[in-house]
Each structure stands twice: as C-alpha cells, then as structure tokens.
Write a protein that binds this ligand. Structure first.
Ligand SMILES: Nc1ncnc2c1ncn2[C@@H]1O[C@H](COP(=O)(O)OP(=O)(O)OP(=O)(O)O)[C@@H](O)[C@H]1O
Ligand SMILES: [Mg+2]
Length: 276
C-alpha cells in the first residue's frame, strides 16, 4: 500500500537516521526466515517515531540492526550520515531488558555513565536527577527486587536516557504495565522528550500509545516486515493523554491504523489456514 505520508517529508529537520532498502534474513539450521525486506525510512532529528506491526514482523530486528546486534542481509543504515554507527550515541531499552539485580537502582542508572568514563561524583548527580524526574527519588539505594514492576521499568528507561544519547530506541517499554502506570510513564516520557528533544523510535503493539506519543506512526506489514504506511499524527503538543480519545483526529487515525493492522493480521491467519 502507498505510504499515507512519504517518510521524512513532513519534517523540516534534517534526517538523523536513514534505513536504505534494508532486508534481513536469518539463516538457521532449520531453514531461513526473512524478517524484514525493502525497509526505506528516514527519521528526522528530534522526531518521535512510533512503530506498530503484527507480532513477528521484525520490529525488534529493526532495532537490533540499528545498534549492530544483527547485520543487514542487504541495504544500509545511516546514523548522522555515516554507516559506521556509533553505538555509544544510542540508548536502547530492549523488549526484555532488565535492571542488573546485583546493583542498586542508582548503580544501574550510573552504569552506562561509568562505561563512558564519567567521573563518580558527576554520574551520581546525573543518575539522581533522572531518577527524580520519574518520581524515584528516595529509592536510589534499593535493589531491583525491592521495587515494583513499574518502578523497575522507570529505572530501565532512565538508564537509557541518563547519558543523553542522541537517539533513544525503545522496544515495547511499557508492555506489561497496567493502564494507569502506563499513562503516567507515557506522560513522563513525553515531558523528558519535550525538555531534551532527543530522537526517539518507540515500538508498541498499542495503537492508542502509538498515536498518543508519536509525531508519525510507521506501520509494518506482516513478516517479512516492510513499510505498509507512515502517518503523521496531526494532534498538537503538549497533549493531554487522558482526553485524546475525544479528538476527531485521534479517532480517525485509530480507525485507520486498526483497519491496516487487521488487514495484516488476517492476511497472516489466512496463509496459516491455506497451508494447513
Ligand atoms: N536471532 C534470530 N534467529 C533466527 N530467527 C530470528 C532471530 N531473531 C528474530 N528471528 C525471527 O525474525 C522474525 C521477526 O522477529 P522479531 O523479534 O523482530 O519480531 P517482532 O516484530 O519484534 O515481534 P513481537 O511483536 O512479537 O516482539 C521472527 O520470525 C523471528 O522468529
Ligand atoms: Mg519484538
């Protein structure tokens, strides 16, 4: 299907990131699986791009390619104009990421700063500042097992933010949380983004969240994942996340995205039935 808005065109800022005709096939002992094909997308500097697509369509793979955990089978990825991507400038909140159990919350958030050689006093200051931003002041010396799931997840997120990476990529970071905690974290993430204007790529399976957070929503097809469409979210900021569903622009995009995803998921289902 034609992209609703060609990627990158709606943003005046220069692209910080470009996927150029990227494909990924995994070759395993039990055969090969093509996870992604023909991915061409640009992301503007300071943009908040959300990504949705059926389970197994290659969303996590896309992020793993970006940070070099996997290599593209063909095509190339350019970050700040170079395909020698500097991993240290990218903060990655992985789908099943966890805090290190042997470190306190504070020590967890300091860890990437330690890796980058930040002096102890300065990294302590930065970690405390970020923990306070997500209402975790007072819990710095707790170990992960002493925290709730939502608190651990907040720790996880600020660990990726604390060293001020240029690009932050997040893979369903709020996945297992209840609706209220999720809303709170979405708001906190938007506040931090508004202050710091990092570029964010955020994967979610929740269409409400994709619209609530994004400047644009990228929809991937079923596997092999390719770009089905890219939609600009025409809702001004700052956004009141609790009342978004009252806006016609929100409802209209919800309905479009719902139809597009259903098309992809039903398509996968039909293929399974034909093969059976
Ligand atoms: N290391 C790997 N080796 C072999 N196959 C892999 C590997 N990683 C991913 N795949 C396959 O690539 C496809 C895409 O996987 P990926 O994890 O990117 O999907 P996803 O869109 O993130 O799914 P979900 O929404 O369920 O998290 C799947 O078929 C998966 O089995
Ligand atoms: Mg995934």
């Amino acid at each position: 299907m034609q992209a609703a808005v060609p990627s990158g065109v709606s943003h005046a800022a220069p692209p910080i990131l470009e996927f150029r005709d990227v494909a990924k096939t995994f070759d395993t002992q039990r055969g090969s699986v093509t996870a992604l094909r023909g991915i061409s997308v640009t992301v503007a500097d300071g943009e908040f791009l959300t990504v949705v697509g059926p389970s197994g369509c290659g969303k996590s793979t896309l992020l793993n390619l970006l940070v070099g955990l996997e290599k593209p089978s063909s095509g190339a990825i350019f970050f700040e104009g170079s395909n020698a991507i500097d991993r240290m400038k990218i903060g990655y909140v992985m789908q099943d990421d966890n805090l290190y159990p042997w470190r306190t919350l504070q020590e967890n958030v300091e860890f990437p700063l330690e890796l980058r050689g930040v002096a102890p006093r300065e990294r302590s200051r930065i970690a405390r500042q970020y923990l306070a931003k997500v209402q975790l002041a007072g819990f710095e010396n707790r170990y992960p097992y002493e925290l709730s799931g939502g608190m651990r997840q907040r720790g996880n997120i600020v660990r990726a933010l604390s060293y001020s990476p240029r690009l932050i990529i997040m893979d369903e970071p709020f996945g297992p949380l209840d609706a209220q905690t999720r809303l709170l974290l979405q708001q906190q993430l938007l506040d931090i983004w508004a202050q710091e204007r990092k570029t964010i790529i955020f994967i979610t399976h929740d269409l409400h969240e994709a619209i609530a957070l994004g400047d644009r929503v990228l929809v991937l097809t079923k596997r092999p994942g390719s770009v089905k469409s890219v939609h600009t979210v025409d809702i001004p900021r700052p956004r009141n996340l609790r009342h978004l569903h009252e806006l016609p622009a929100f409802r209209s995009l919800m309905s479009t995205l719902g139809d597009e995803l259903e098309e992809e998921i039903m398509g996968s289902q039909r293929e399974v039935e034909v093969a059976a």
